[in-house]
Design a protein around this ligand. Structure first.
Ligand SMILES: [Fe+2]
Length: 300
């Protein structure tokens, strides 16, 4: 293991599956899932959600399906501010374009006041910090201690000339973790069937006995690039179907990525602009959070 990987592992929350044939053959993934599920059930029992700014029908929908789409997330004026700031931020020193990423061009970068566009970053960060996004993350994770502990990233996705969007591992249905975790993004422009809509499998966030058995079986499959891929056949067996998130600009999507999901196909001549709201770091333990915070202070 290189030093870089060692430090990375130290700062990262637990991996979805362990890369150990022996442990997996001993049903260790089942034990990991049961352990996380028990922790979540305990959190759920003591979690007080009364103070959160979430309506009952929104809670019910999220509980049942594992995702929610919030249209017109910001008022018109705030959305204009975000749109302008986002466009200006594309020229920031934080945004880097990866030119050949599985046939895609990926523009991405942390939206940070410690950049050469601090004012633009500040406007975006303030609006998100004062929005309901944190309440939804708290509700989903059953944790009240997530105080503004999220990161915003600029994202711009395109297809390379003459290529087809069919090799990116994110195109294949998978789960991110074996425990409840949050993914959230905000659409800067309409997201339709041609510009890589997010795909989510409703109800797949429920860690029932069928899902635990499936996780166990998945951990024993041969290790390839697509080792965690959930096939069409798997979905059929589990009685799941995939939903494409066709959404308008100014919509926020939040999902539990214990549930199965993927990125939809990017067709030729289209692009997709989003702000990604990342909560993965909050899954880390206290020591990891402290180290991350310290590292952030030094690097960012
Ligand atoms: Fe994912």
């Amino acid at each position: 293991m290189t030093i870089k990987n060692f430090v990375k592992n130290l700062l990262e929350p637990p991996k979805y599956q362990l890369n150990s044939k022996i442990l997996n053959s001993l049903n260790y993934q089942k034990i990991r899932c049961l352990r996380e599920n028990k922790k979540y059930e305990k959190l759920k029992k003591s979690f007080n959600h009364e103070s959160l700014n979430i309506k009952k029908n929104e809670k019910d929908f999220l509980d049942r399906n594992g995702y929610i789409i919030l249209e017109n997330f910001f008022d018109e004026k705030s959305f204009e501010i975000i749109l302008n700031s986002f466009n200006k931020y594309s020229n920031s020193n934080r945004v880097k374009y990866k030119k050949d990423f599985y046939n895609m061009i990926w523009g991405s970068g942390l939206i940070s006041q410690n950049s050469d566009h601090p004012e633009e970053a500040k406007k975006i960060i303030n609006l998100f910090e004062n929005s309901r996004v944190l309440d939804f993350a708290k509700y989903l994770l059953k944790r009240q201690d997530l105080s503004k502990n999220f990161e915003l990233s600029y994202q711009d996705l395109m297809l390379m000339d003459g290529k087809i969007d069919n090799i990116d591992p994110n195109r294949f249905i998978h789960a991110d973790k074996h425990y409840h975790c949050v993914k959230s993004y905000f659409s800067i422009e309409d997201n339709h069937i041609n510009n890589a809509p997010y795909l989510y499998v409703p109800k797949s966030h429920l860690m029932d006995s069928t899902r635990i058995e499936f996780e166990n079986e998945l951990s024993k499959r041969s290790k390839t690039d697509m080792q965690f891929r959930v096939s069409d056949n798997d979905l059929k067996k589990l009685n799941f179907s995939v939903k494409s998130m066709i959404i308008k600009k100014n919509s926020l999507v939040i999902s539990d990525n214990l549930g199965f999901h993927a990125r939809g196909e990017m067709k030729r001549g289209f692009s997709r602009k989003q702000i990604r709201i990342s909560f993965h770091s909050v899954q880390a333990n206290k020591l990891q959070q402290f180290l991350r915070k310290t590292a952030r202070r030094i690097v960012l």
